[in-house]
Ligand binder design. Structure first.
Ligand code: FMN
Length: 244
């Protein structure tokens, strides 16, 4: 058995990687990571998820498509009414996700999200009002941060929220297994903004919806990978008892 101190250090040392080397992941390693991910607990052992694996030419094609949609959407968001009309007219780049992507965040959660965004942009030297700098970092999501492989996680809508919960457990096992093998990962809700181009690339049975992506590969030495997201104290998430 692994000792608790080692486990704590290992779990805490996993960090989202946002710049990857192009080095490919060999099939044996990918299979082992997925096998580990499958040992996560699951609602009635249903495993209501699917993973679609994009690398090589397919990864390039999906990335190109998402980059082009992101560019059109950004132009509409920052441009005048003509730019907005153009987006409406082509409709293609209009964000249509399988799951509702909640914006704005609830007030108490927006504070935490705001803190992480501020700290990440500060590390990257992107000023508060620097829309171009922010857009450039956001765009890296659609380059999959240079990762050789992008995973797309689909969940069966038939189990409601518990499908997403199962997928989360699967994803965490997957990311820890990758970490144990010297690979980095970054979960990416950003790639789920447009579901259609991803569905088009894989045979996805009816009922499965795109939840998010995971960039996976070997971390580069880029300073962005030295980012250390704040970790909250447990007192922030333990619900106090009501005195009855
Ligand atoms: C479901 C999910 C979606 C995420 N989407 C993105 C994303 O689109 N882009 C990104 O850079 N990070 C994304 N993240 C990474 C989080 O920002 C990161 O996990 C958090 O800041 C904590 O940092 P850590 O993973 O380094 O511990 C996502 C994480 C999760 C769990």
């Amino acid at each position: 058995m692994i000792n608790p101190q080692e486990f704590s250090e290992f779990a805490a040392s996993r960090r989202s990687v946002r710049d990857f080397l192009p080095s490919p992941i060999d099939q044996g390693t990918m299979d082992a990571i997925l096998t580990d991910a499958m040992t996560a607990p699951s609602w009635s052992n249903t495993r209501p998820y699917l993973v679609a694996i994009a690398s090589g030419a397919q990864r390039e094609r999906i990335s190109r498509e998402l980059l082009s949609r992101n560019k059109a959407l950004a132009a509409a968001q920052t441009g005048g009414w003509m730019a907005k009309l153009r987006l409406l007219a082509t409709f293609k780049s209009w964000p249509i996700s399988d799951y509702r992507i909640v914006r704005p965040y609830p007030k108490e959660l927006a504070v935490r999200s705001g803190r992480i965004g501020k700290a990440l942009y500060a590390l990257l030297g992107v000023e508060r009002g620097d829309a171009v700098g922010r857009a450039k970092q956001w765009q890296r999501n659609y380059e999959f941060f240079g990762a050789p492989t992008e995973l797309f996680i689909f969940t069966h809508s038939g189990l409601g929220e518990y499908s997403a919960s199962d997928a989360g457990l699967f994803m965490q096992n997957l990311m820890l297994s990758a970490h144990a093998r010297g690979l980095g990962t970054c979960a990416q809700g950003s790639v789920a903004i447009w579901a259609r181009p991803i569905h088009r690339e894989f045979e996805i049975p009816k009922g499965y919806k795109l939840l998010c992506g995971i960039a996976i590969g070997y971390a580069s030495a880029d300073p962005v990978n030295s980012f250390r997201a704040e970790r909250l104290d447990i007192s922030e998430i333990v619900a106090p008892s009501v005195i009855l």
